[in-house]
Design a protein around this ligand. Sequence first.
Ligand code: FES
Ligand code: FES
Length: 170
Amino acid sequence: MSEHAIEWTVNGQRRQDRVEARTSLADHLRLGVGCTGVHLGCEHGVCGACTVIVDGRAVRSCLMLAVQADGADVTTVEGLAAPDGTSHPVQQAMRDAHGLQCGFCTPGVLMTFAALTAGEENAGEEAMIAAMSGHICRCTGYQGIRRAARALAGLGAGSAEGSAAREDAA
Ligand code: FES
Ligand code: FES
């Protein structure tokens, strides 16, 4: 078994870890770092539940090796809210739009939306809706998640609730 030293940042904390060569980023985040909000569904890149942000991009952490995260800046769902507990805008939008039920798919969806709305650039509604195709949700029928995506894209009434009301009335 070969172990490698990695130096990286997880949710704003600089860390040094030793990881086995074949350990996935998802497994190391869950078992080595304690970020159990990184959910594992399919473990082969289909369901999106394990999505985290690596150097600004949404990544399926079941398809990446932990050793490949050497030098990277990684954010998991545990790192989304502000230190005082204030929800991140994507968390608020999903809550307002009733975009979750059991919550299994939710961390992955949140991380994809967070990556697409980071900084001054917003990927826009089309890209947000398209990105949902990489996430499997067994509960919601996707309508609430779509409303959250629309609200985050800054279209329509500009709030998830306003968007929800319009769709419900349609
Ligand atoms: S667990 Fe990674 S995509 Fe399903
Ligand atoms: S809310 Fe249950 S899988 Fe999406």
